[in-house]
Design a protein around this ligand. Structure first.
Ligand code: PEP
Length: 251
């Protein structure tokens, strides 16, 4: 049976009260697929600990939305990978389009963060994907290949071991315009084939997730596709019932 990775990216949302209500209805029951799949909750950094208190006894992992490129020192306002590891984080999102576009994160910075995450034995969720303009110009595969190439060139052919790739077309994030599942399947196959050229074992085992306006109505068509191994979910993950419904679809 296929095992999926479902990641809830809460972005800049949440509060102590929100967290306590959110997890009231989560339990370890295999009925809702928490046992069979890998579930990750990525709250804002300030709430990582609060979420951890709620999930550590369940089969749910803690994810961070971002990390600094430095380990310690005079970097006001930043969070280090050592600190994330210290409080129980297992997965770290890196290269999200909101960070690429709104915080000017380029591939060089993303590689540094990716490398740090791996060096501490945490799992990076590397987001790749094209903008609407790039899609219109038929550049999707070129853009993704470039985003993967920089990681591979900098870190070598083992870069994709213990890594997650999230294909997130920028035009589909937070817009309500999810991509066509068949189109996503093609891109995921393309990503898997790319990895296979350098590291056949990773290509077989790697989780390649899709992200972009997923909800409980459209999720099933995506997870049915052979090369879609999970979903990175933004807005819909803020509603615990909606998030659980999506997980249940994997049964
Ligand atoms: C995301 O932020 O990664 C995302 C996929 O958001 P949404 O589900 O809201 O489109």
């Amino acid at each position: 049976m296929k095992k999926y990775l479902f990641v809830a990216n809460w972005k800049l949302n949440g509060s102590i009260e929100f967290i306590s209500n959110y997890f009231k209805f989560f339990n370890t029951s295999s009925e809702i697929g928490l046992e069979k799949n890998i579930i990750v909750i990525a709250p804002p950094a300030i709430y990582l600990n609060e979420v951890y208190k709620n999930i550590h006894s369940m089969n749910i992992f803690l994810g961070a939305q971002n990390v600094d490129k430095n380990l310690t020192g005079a970097f006001t306002g930043e969070t280090s990978i050592l600190m994330l590891k210290d409080i129980g984080v297992k997965y770290v999102i890196v290269g999200h389009s909101e960070r690429r576009l709104l915080h000017n994160e380029n591939n060089d910075l993303i590689i540094k963060k990716f490398d740090l995450i791996k060096s501490l034995n945490l799992i990076p969720i590397l987001c790749v994907g094209e903008t609407e303009k790039e899609k219109k110009h038929g550049q999707t595969k070129i853009v993704i290949e470039e985003q993967l190439n920089c990681v591979l060139t900098a870190l070598g052919t083992s870069a994709f071991r213990n890594t997650v790739i999230a294909y997130e077309p920028v035009w589909a994030i937070g817009t309500g315009l999810s991509a066509d599942p068949k189109y996503v399947q093609c891109i995921h196959k393309f990503i898997r084939n790319y990895i296979e050229k350098y590291d056949p074992i990773s290509a077989k085992n790697i989780f390649i997730q899709y992200g972009g306006s997923i909800n409980s109505v459209n999720a099933e068509e995506f997870i049915k596709q052979p090369d879609i191994n999970g979903l990175l979910i933004g807005s819909a993950s803020l509603d615990y019932q909606e998030f659980l419904k999506i997980i249940e679809l994997s049964k």
